[in-house]
Write a protein that binds this ligand. Structure first.
Ligand code: PLP
Length: 370
């Protein structure tokens, strides 16, 4: 039973079928000028249209890449050399933002990380107070990967525009779980990753309102408007774009389904276990992503026990070199260390069902939380 869709999702069967067909039949290099190269180019551009449509933009503003990490990196590294060399971000960003900012100090990019409250929301007044004359970028994720909190991005953009500051948002967790409209959001850059919406791993896209202000991270044969060189991974790009279309077309239905699974799970948890804590906002958050602390239990041990039952969830903590560290997100929302280390993240997906929830609760009650 797979309850870790925020880590990654299984590939949709139609998407897998498309990969198999394209891998075999559309093998030309899209930069080649003969007909099978043109076929590949045509498919590449059709795919760009598909993903652009799913976030309400035009194909020219989409750059294909290897995923969310690369998209975030490209935006942040592009700030080097700018005379507006100050970036505002926040404490609960993914390391593909915070660690990059840390590294970029060496290259003259300053930054500050604003705080979040106990529900996981950034403080808009603090954001305003951190703006300096040389602030060139605000990078705030659309929704958090550990607790699901959806940030007030439209407010952020409104403030940023008053000061002529660019806005980037890491929306890696969002496609397929909430509607994404870049025009409504008003952001300058937005990061996407296929493997979070039933597409393959290692492929993603960056939306740029004005791609000309970006700089390439990878230099070579001038693909992707010279912003991301390297022969395009046509099968995976086409797969991602089909996955984005499927995810957007079935958005309402999927949200309803995942929300009802979440509701059932929460109700059953509350009626069977006292003492559990739901972390972060329970209203303004992604559907199906729930962070729960089980005081008195170690999340690490819970995960091992659940794994033995073939139940897959993740903990809120970052594992590095075998050591379990408290999660920076849970720390930022005020959890003490023991509670932090007793937290699990459940993230439901489209193939989960009520029967699985019943089994999960039964196993938690009789085998795990005893
Ligand atoms: N940003 C967020 C919020 C994520 O959850 C992840 C992946 O877990 C990433 C970025 C990294 O994306 P990718 O795995 O495509 O590099």
């Amino acid at each position: 039973m797979y309850f870790d869709h925020s880590a990654t999702t299984p590939v949709h069967s139609d998407v897998q079928d498309l990969i198999n067909i394209i891998q075999k039949e559309v093998y030309g290099n899209p930069s080649s000028t003969y007909s099978i190269g043109k076929d590949a180019l045509l498919l590449l551009e059709k795919s760009r249209e598909q993903v652009a449509k799913s976030i309400n933009t035009v194909p020219a503003k989409i750059i294909f890449n290897s995923g969310g990490t690369e998209a975030n990196n490209q935006v942040l590294w592009s700030m080097i050399g700018s005379n507006k060399n100050h970036v505002i971000s926040n404490e609960i960003e993914h390391p593909a933002v915070t660690k990059v900012l840390q590294r970029l100090k060496k290259f003259g990019l300053e930054h500050c990380l604003i705080k979040v409250n106990k529900n996981g929301f950034i403080n808009i007044d603090e954001l305003k107070s951190k703006i300096k004359k040389n602030t060139g970028l605000i990078s705030i994720m659309l929704a958090n990967n550990e607790i699901g909190t959806i940030q007030p991005l439209e407010q952020v953009v409104k403030i940023a525009k008053k000061h002529d500051i660019l806005v980037h948002t890491d929306a890696v967790q969002c496609l397929g779980k909430m509607s994404i409209d870049v025009q409504k959001l008003g952001v300058d850059f937005l990061s996407l990753s296929a493997h979070k919406f039933y597409g393959p791993k290692g492929v993603g896209a960056l939306y740029a309102k004005n791609p000309k202000i970006l700089k390439p991270l990878i230099i070579g044969g001038n693909q992707e408007g010279s912003l991301r060189s390297g022969t395009e991974n046509i099968p995976y790009i086409a797969a991602m774009c089909l996955a984005s279309e499927i995810a957007t077309k079935s958005l309402k239905k999927n949200i309803l389904h995942i929300k009802s699974i979440e509701k059932q799970f929460k109700q059953k948890l509350q009626s069977n276990f006292r003492n559990i804590i739901f972390n972060g906002s329970q209203s303004q958050k992604l559907p199906g992503l729930i962070s729960i602390s089980f005081p008195g239990f170690s999340s690490n041990i819970l995960i091992i026990k659940l794994d033995r039952e073939k139940i897959y969830v993740s903990n809120g903590s970052a594992c590095g070199s075998g050591m379990v560290k408290p999660s920076h997100v849970l720390k930022a929302i005020g959890l003490d260390e023991p509670t932090n280390l007793s937290t699990l993240r459940f993230s439901f997906g489209i193939s989960n069902n009520f029967k699985e929830i019943e089994t999960l609760i039964h196993i938690l009650k009789n085998k795990i939380l005893k």
